[in-house]
Design a protein around this ligand. Structure first.
Ligand SMILES: CCCCC/C=C\C/C=C\C/C=C\C/C=C\CCCC(=O)SCCNC(=O)CCNC(=O)[C@H](O)C(C)(C)COP(=O)(O)OP(=O)(O)OC[C@H]1O[C@@H](n2cnc3c(N)ncnc32)[C@H](O)[C@@H]1OP(=O)(O)O
Length: 178
């Protein structure tokens, strides 16, 4: 279902349907929303975002980061920004790129049985445009750890071109901390 939703996001963004079809689709979306509303659950019970076995953890917010290889200190894979993430002139939106870094760095920060941490800061440098509809290489790695503080870095490449890079601080949560 989430895969279909991602495709729908891309198609909606890239389409200009005639008004009659727009009305019809709006009704169909409203019907779906009403039907899903009947099955509302708490955060703990929801499926999206919790299925680590599914692409993008089964949520449609963040472009899917596909892991090719990983250990407790590094992760390497690919990411593809669909039309939904368009900023302008074929480049990904500057707010969509930090989503991917937060996901990549955050997943790595919390990998290897480490206690859960939260992003304290995320700095992103945009080195070159990040093109849509291309498989981009994406990497994240541990820089250093100081007590509860985990400093991680990451980068996204289009071939040899460095599109963006990031540095994040993740702070391990104390027991009972939300
Ligand atoms: C993380 C939960 C994810 C839940 C998902 C659930 C299931 C999914 C399954 C698996 C998960 C897989 C992947 C997860 C993917 C992505 C992860 C995304 C994570 C996020 O997207 S999460 C949302 C955004 N995030 C926040 O919503 C944080 C709001 N915030 C706070 O919750 C506190 O602010 C906190 C906890 C950060 C620290 O607070 P605190 O009270 O515990 O600790 P304190 O302030 O003492 O800082 C301790 C030391 O860090 C230094 N320090 C702190 N902040 C700093 C900063 N900004 N710059 C420089 N240094 C900083 C201090 O200076 C001190 O350093 P020192 O010890 O050297 O003095």
């Amino acid at each position: 279902m989430i895969e279909s939703l991602r495709l729908l996001h891309d198609r909606i963004t890239g389409a200009a349907p005639p008004p009659e079809l727009l009305k019809e689709m709006t009704r169909a979306f409203e019907d779906l929303a009403v039907e899903l509303g009947l099955y509302a659950v708490s955060e703990r019970e929801q499926i999206t975002g919790h299925r680590i076995d599914l692409p993008g953890r089964g949520q449609a917010l963040v472009p899917v980061f596909t892991v090719d290889e990983s250990d407790d200190e590094h992760v390497r894979g690919s990411v593809r920004f669909g039309r939904y993430y368009l900023g302008g002139n074929g480049a990904a939106h500057g707010g969509a790129i930090p989503l991917v870094f937060d996901e990549m760095l955050g997943r790595l920060a919390n990998a290897g049985g480490r206690p859960i941490s939260r992003t304290a800061y995320l700095r992103v440098d945009y080195r070159s445009i990040t093109p849509l509809d291309r498989d981009l290489r994406a990497e994240a790695w541990f820089d250093r750890e100081e007590g509860r503080k985990r400093f991680l870095r990451g980068a996204i490449f289009d071939g040899e071109t460095r599109c963006a890079e990031a540095e994040g601080l993740f702070v391990a949560l104390n027991p009972g901390q939300p």
